[in-house]
Design a protein around this ligand. Structure first.
Ligand code: PLP
Length: 401
């Protein structure tokens, strides 16, 4: 559930009392204040609030000028929106494998580049940053744009930067389940004025009428309506003020939980691209017994259960079906693109043996640690033979999916 306190109530009441519910005119409002705060906190030149993470991704691709004939590399493990976004602009997604960090594998990105590749969309899944150093190097070498999907990683650090603020453009989601939330919502981050101006144009039907000063002489073009109300700006401002504290809490919990889970029989902690600042924790195992123990522990989730986060479940994309046959981007690709359920086998095998420890649970930290200790002792007990009887009398192990 979303963390909502009195500050959100007060902020929303302030907007209602003002009766200025939408962004217009040239006096800065709630959305302008939220965006300025976002830019300052995440060290990015421009930010624009939109109505979802999906529209943030579409807006970013539109700003980047992605269109028919272009190929965009996305990971095979992400929410379906990442792969759907290029399709809305007439481009085709090309799937790349993840590695054990649960993020896109830079080596596989290289293998998927063709003369038609225009952009890479690294996705910082479950608060885990991608190997951005390697990805940015590849992008520079091949002259590709980088559009970060940081929908699941608002506030997460990588080296001295923030997820979403390292590429040419970045996208955040602020839906109910994200690090900051307004129920539904999102934001586009842009590193230069032209990209920002194009994103702003696209999110507002190409109208250019909101009273702002244009930053470039980019001509207007037809867009969508991805605008949000001032209520969203007010709520996200408050949520953003709290974000740092919640990241510190996550990092602390991660350290504690990891201490109890390292060196356990049959279990390894998934590698991380910046362990010093990590705020997420996944464990991996090939052991049937360890899997059973993990699955019986509350607050631990198998990644293979993740439905639409796995490419094999993106049915309309795999079947290449769009709203109208004339809008089908695969028909305009420069080569035949064939998708199949077994095209990213390494991703499937990694997800199959990986479990996420939920560090953001409301459970007090001592109880979370007690949970980890219990799991550790179950696994150790098993190694020592002490738990033999319990294993023997336990329910038969669930078949592995
Ligand atoms: C990785 C990723 N990308 C994009 C999105 C889309 O965000 P939204 O639901 O706000 O459209 C999500 C949402 O869950 C996500 O997890």
């Amino acid at each position: 559930m979303a963390q909502i306190g009195a500050q959100e109530w007060l902020a929303l009441l302030r907007v209602l009392a003002s009766r200025r519910l939408t962004r217009f005119g040239d006096t800065p409002g709630e959305l302008d204040r939220f965006e300025a705060k976002l830019c300052g906190q995440f060290d990015v030149a421009h930010a624009l609030t939109v109505n979802s993470g999906t529209s943030a991704l579409i807006c970013a691709l539109a700003a980047a000028g992605i269109g028919p004939g272009d190929e965009v590399i996305v990971p095979a493990y992400t929410w379906m929106s990442t792969a759907a976004a290029p399709i809305h602009l007439g481009a085709v997604p090309i799937f790349a494998e993840i590695n054990d960090t649960l993020t896109i594998d830079p080596a596989d990105i290289e293998r998927r580049i063709t003369p038609w590749t225009r952009a890479i969309m690294p996705v910082h899944m479950i608060n885990t940053p991608c190997d951005m150093e390697a990805i940015l190097r590849i992008a520079r070498r091949h002259r590709l744009l980088v559009i970060e999907d940081a929908c699941q990683a608002v506030g997460v650090r990588y080296r001295d930067r923030r997820c979403g603020a390292m590429g040419d453009l970045g996208a955040f989601s602020c839906n109910q389940f994200k690090n900051i939330t307004s129920g539904e919502g999102g934001a586009v981050l842009a590193k230069d004025a032209r990209l920002f101006e194009r994103a702003r144009n696209y999110h507002d039907v190409g109208a250019f009428i909101r009273g702002h000063q244009p930053l470039t002489d980019e001509p207007a073009f037809v867009g969508q309506n991805y605008r949000v109300s001032e209520l969203v700006g007010a709520m996200l401002s408050v949520q953003l003020d709290r974000l740092e504290k919640s990241m510190i809490r996550l990092a602390h919990r991660r350290r504690l939980a990891a201490t109890w889970l390292q060196d356990l029989p049959g279990l390894t902690i998934a590698p991380h691209n910046d362990p010093a600042q990590a705020v997420s924790l996944c464990v991996q195992t090939d052991s049937r017994r360890a899997r059973q123990a993990l699955e019986e522990t509350p607050g631990i989730y198998p990644l293979s259960d993740n439905s639409k986060h796995i490419y094999t479940n993106w049915t309309p994309i795999l079947n290449q079906v769009t709203v109208h046959p004339g809008l089908n981007p695969w028909a305009r690709a420069h080569r035949e693109i064939v998708y199949s359920a077994d095209m990213c086998p390494r991703t499937l095998s990694i997800l199959e043996r990986t479990y996420r420890i939920d560090l953001s649970t409301r459970l007090p930290t001592p109880l979370l640690v007690r949970r980890m200790k219990k799991l550790a002792s179950t696994l150790r007990g098993h190694e020592a033979g002490g738990a033999k009887e319990r294993w023997a009398t336990a329910e038969p192990a669930r078949p592995l999916s």
